[in-house]
Write a protein that binds this ligand. Structure first.
Ligand code: ZN
Length: 66
């Protein structure tokens, strides 16, 4: 079992099909054989999906500033 984000083997299982990497401090859950969805825990303890972060960073500036 390796972290799909940083490829570290320092990964712990937290729930069924949910893992946490102690190296890069990302969590991830497995989806099927090769798929996964990675997230991190923000300062307030909320899970933030990495794919959501990518989408947010791609928003045009007009949308960010309203
Ligand atoms: Zn990692």
């Amino acid at each position: 079992m390796r972290c799909p984000v940083c490829n570290s083997i320092d990964v712990g299982k937290v729930e069924t099909d949910q893992y946490y990497c102690w190296n890069c401090l990302h969590g991830f859950s497995l989806k099927g054989v090769d798929g996964f969805s990675a997230y991190y825990v923000d300062e307030e303890g909320a899970l933030v999906s990495l794919s959501e972060m990518v989408q947010n960073s791609q928003l045009p500036q007009e949308n960010i500033w309203g």
